[in-house]
Design a protein. Sequence first.
Length: 77
Amino acid sequence: MDSLDRISVDPARLNGQPCIRNLRISVRRVLEALSTYSDRAEVLREYPELEEEDLRQALAYAALAVEDRVVDLPRAS
């Protein structure tokens, strides 16, 4: 796994939530934006202080943070 050098945690910033490059943009906000907008370019327009590598590292951080388990989902009809 590559370095997550753009993810920072500071108890005095955003209640210690993981943030991007010590900005007041949490990893969670980036993940929500990635799930909301149709492509990464829209996310970068909405948050001009972010860079493509910030998005990649937010996704990598999320992947490391979740358990590797099977989740039963409802079947599509």
